[in-house]
Design a protein around this ligand. Structure first.
Ligand SMILES: Cc1cc2nc3c(=O)[nH]c(=O)nc-3n(C[C@H](O)[C@H](O)[C@H](O)COP(=O)(O)O)c2cc1C
Length: 347
């Protein structure tokens, strides 16, 4: 296996892990073959499928691949009256399609150990975690294989605890980032730190290498975070419009054509804070009762599918970072080439 070092990257970028079908073997392998890191967000993927996807990817690249997982916390269904209110909130949406609202049964997420076992069979170069820290046993086991472990931090306290468990690097996620906010405890006060400030704070307090994530769309942004002291930049939204990405047609349409809209952070899709393009779902769910994470994600799956099948972007999670109006409609290879040229042109 090609042991990962930041210094081995031709362009210091990680194509972000994005759970929900956005990452594909084609996308990840093109980025890896171009000298960056290609990633998979496997949080909602069963172990057998992880195996299948990573095996397929290995046929396309021997470059650096990252497999990423959410650290889910045990959760129960809320009391009956809360469930009824949360269902009523969904039923009151102005979506004029028929769909069934199903209250899911346990387990509400896959067993992390089994997901990691399937991943280890395929020896990716990196495994990263989001929304918390996995058990030290899992971290140590991964490292025994020569695989580097990265964990997302959104503040200094989280960064320090990542260092204390022996992880290899930190993904510093600024408030600008698209998708789920990596904050460990969502009941705690979110400091909402912007990426550059977060980088400075973590660099001053922690000695692990740092990957910068949040709103990075162009070579000059990559250069900016490297100049601050990050070892690499993690870009999610920038890759969503690539033809190799699994992004739905309607999501791509909003990214490319609804650029006057703002992004919002909402719990309403999944039960956990995540940033996406503002739409009717976010507005109509504002202040309504929801199920806890990730139960709300399961409960809203059907309605999001129905909306997507009708090419209606108003009731789906249009995850995007704040700078989504800078997306480029380019194949991944050309996008990486462009980022590389822009990066090199910056002093
Ligand atoms: C569609 C989408 C899905 C995401 N899913 C994940 C995920 O599964 N795991 C993870 O660690 N981060 C996830 N993120 C967050 C990214 O890792 C990263 O923090 C973010 O994309 C950076 O901001 P940007 O989108 O402005 O580049 C996701 C982001 C997006 C846009």
């Amino acid at each position: 296996m090609n042991i990962f070092e930041f210094s081995k990257l031709k362009l210091p970028i990680i194509q972000a892990p994005m759970a929900g079908g956005f990452n594909t073997p084609d996308l990840a392998s093109v980025v890896a073959n171009s000298g960056g890191v290609g990633s998979f967000g496997f949080s909602f993927t069963r172990p057998e499928k992880i195996n299948e996807i990573l095996s397929a990817t290995k046929k396309l690249t021997s470059g650096f691949i990252n497999a990423n997982f959410f650290v889910f916390k045990p959760v129960n269904l809320p009391k009956k009256d809360v469930q009824e209110e949360a269902i009523k909130a969904i039923e009151s949406l102005s979506l004029n399609e028929k769909y069934e609202i199903i209250i899911p049964k346990e387990p509400f997420y896959f067993d992390l150990k089994s997901q990691i076992e399937a991943t280890l069979e395929n020896l990716p170069s990196i495994i990263t975690f989001h929304l918390g820290i996995p058990s030290i046993d899992i971290i140590k086991k991964i490292q025994l294989y020569g695989i580097k472990v990265g964990i997302t931090a959104t503040n200094i306290t989280e960064a320090k605890s990542i260092e204390s468990v022996g992880a290899d690097f930190i993904v510093a996620q600024g408030i600008e980032a698209g998708g789920h906010r990596g904050i460990f405890d969502q009941e705690s006060i979110d400091e909402k730190i912007t990426l550059d400030n977060l980088l400075i704070k973590i660099l001053n307090n922690v000695s692990l290498p740092i990957v910068a994530a949040g709103g990075i769309m162009e070579g000059k942004h990559i250069k900016r975070v490297i100049n601050i002291g990050a070892k690499a930049a993690q870009l999610g939204t920038a890759f969503l419009t690539c033809p190799e990405a699994g992004t739905s047609k309607v999501h791509k349409h909003y990214l490319l054509n609804e650029q006057k809209r703002k992004t919002m952070i909402t719990k309403a899709f999944s039960g956990r804070m995540a940033r996406g393009i503002n739409n009717k779902f976010i507005e109509e769910m504002n202040g309504k009762t929801i199920f806890p994470f990730p139960i709300q994600n399961l409960v809203t799956t059907k309605l999001r599918q129905v909306s997507q099948n009708k090419n209606n972007g108003e009731f789906i999670n249009l995850w995007a970072g704040i700078n989504f109006n800078k997306v480029r409609n380019l194949p991944a290879k050309e996008l990486v080439k462009k980022l590389c040229e822009e990066f090199k042109a910056e002093i």
